[in-house]
Design a protein around this ligand. Structure first.
Ligand code: BG6
Ligand code: MG
Length: 213
């Protein structure tokens, strides 16, 4: 029985997944790294900033030191945060506000479980802040998805057993994390074909999502 829903943020609730991709693309171009493509971005979904950087650096023709990597990650974050300047409610994905309200009516607990350290900023800017019973993000974790840590923290904060939680994810790493944590998983967006997930839907506006409850 599902008693709580844990939402991933980028690509599930908000369109910021595209802004992450654009920021990495700009960084790659500035560094003269060619061949970083949209398909590579699939493996950046859900994983930490440093793990995402490694996906870009696979295309580089030299090795980078840890110090250089830290500087690149910071530069990407600066590009990304600058691109959030005009972020508002209109960036919230189809069906998200309505689905959160539907869960409230059904007395199902809600949380955010995101790798992003920018989670509080994005929730604030989009009007999503305050709508969830708990938030767990990259600021709280030691390990990145596919490790389940971020979802386990969310469930613990809600006080709901892991087996009663449903995670909604647009990344393969996130689906793997949910299953590793003993939770149900709904795959949406870029991950909507993921066969490891218990449920699949195009987005939160899809009728199939409410059908789960
Ligand atoms: C995830 C994104 O939500 O957050 C990843 O899917 C991103 O692509 C990760 O790398 C970390 O985000 P941030 O904002 O802490 O760099
Ligand atoms: Mg995501």
């Amino acid at each position: 029985m599902i008693k709580a829903v844990i939402f991933d943020l980028d690509g599930v609730l908000v369109t910021t997944d595209e802004l992450h991709y654009q920021a990495w693309k700009q960084l790659a171009e500035e560094e003269g790294i060619t061949g970083f493509m949209r398909e590579d971005n699939l493996r950046q979904r859900g994983v930490s900033r440093m793990a995402s950087l490694e996906v870009v650096l696979e295309k580089a023709d030299r090795q980078y030191s840890d110090k250089e990597k830290a500087a690149l990650a910071e530069r990407k974050n600066n590009i990304y945060v600058a691109s959030l300047a005009n972020l508002d409610k209109s960036a919230v994905l189809d069906g998200a506000f309505e689905f959160i309200a539907f869960l409230k009516e059904k007395n199902i607990e809600t949380a955010v479980g995101s790798a992003s350290k920018n989670t509080p900023l994005i929730l604030e800017k989009t009007g999503l802040a305050g709508l969830f019973d708990a938030v767990s993000c990259g600021l709280d974790t030691q390990k990145s998805k596919p490790d389940p840590e971020v979802f386990l923290i969310a469930a613990d904060r809600l006080g709901v057993p892991y087996e009663n939680c449903l995670v909604i994810e647009d990344s393969d790493a996130g689906i793997q994390a949910a299953k590793a944590g003993g939770m149900y998983a709904l795959a949406v967006g870029a991950a909507k074909e993921n066969q490891q997930a218990d449920y699949r839907a195009a987005d939160l506006a899809d009728e199939a999502v409410r059908g789960i409850f």
